[in-house]
Design a protein around this ligand. Structure first.
Ligand code: ZN
Length: 214
């Protein structure tokens, strides 16, 4: 059987949220428990809840929305790299990883993933993120997708610079990945965000398929 890693966070009321984001709410329009014919819920959540992509128009005026991101960015070979000691994904750290020139999708497993593994429910401001310099490095290397294992690619609290560099430079961020169970190496990434027209972001189900084990 092909090993498949589910690297998506479960969406529920107990999911860690970005500060000031609205809570995840599920209210029932009808419910079998109430004698209704079917159970139907209404969801209320930020477009940046849990595992999600950022669309260029999140930070770039007039940029493409979540519905316009090419599927061949979101699906394809991805390299998972481990940086358990790093406090920041600086350009120096990225340089030290000796990422092969052909890599187009990079997912960084940092100490952040241990927060998911431990089931932490509080937002942690000291999460590991990219820097402006490393965002430039990724764009210059032609990286089309960058995945991080906390809720933002940018360090807390200043979100603008790193996002503008990536989204303006053609690199799509996938945020909120749980890579805690994933060994380093190459996988087939399948990341399918909801097709939200003009969406600034969209929750996604993301999986890694280990093609070497088949
Ligand atoms: Zn986001």
């Amino acid at each position: 059987m092909t090993p498949i890693y589910d690297i998506s966070l479960p969406i529920s009321a107990s999911l860690v949220l970005w500060p000031q984001d609205p809570p995840v709410q599920m209210t029932y329009c009808s419910h079998l428990d109430r004698g209704d014919d079917a159970t139907v819920s209404q969801l209320s959540l930020s477009a940046h809840t849990g595992t999600h992509i950022d669309a260029p128009l999140h930070y770039v005026q007039g940029g493409p929305g979540a519905d316009e991101i090419a599927l061949d960015v979101l699906v394809g070979p991805a390299l998972v790299v481990h940086t358990p000691q790093a406090d920041a994904l600086s350009a120096k750290v990225l340089e030290s990883l000796e990422i092969p020139p052909g890599a187009e999708r990079l997912l960084f497993r940092t100490r952040n993933s241990e927060l998911w593994a431990r089931g932490e429910h509080a937002f942690d401001e000291s999460y590991v993120a990219l820097t402006e310099e490393s965002a430039h490095w990724l764009v210059a290397r032609g990286i089309r997708l960058v995945g991080v294992d906390y809720l933002s690619v940018a360090p807390f609290p200043d979100q603008g610079p790193v996002h503008r560099i990536l989204l303006g430079g053609g690199t799509i961020p996938v945020e909120g990945l749980d890579l805690s169970g994933v060994p380093p190496g190459w996988y087939l990434l399948v990341c399918l965000p909801l097709k939200i027209v003009a969406g600034d972001g969209a929750p996604a189900r993301a999986i890694l398929i280990d093609l070497h084990q088949t």
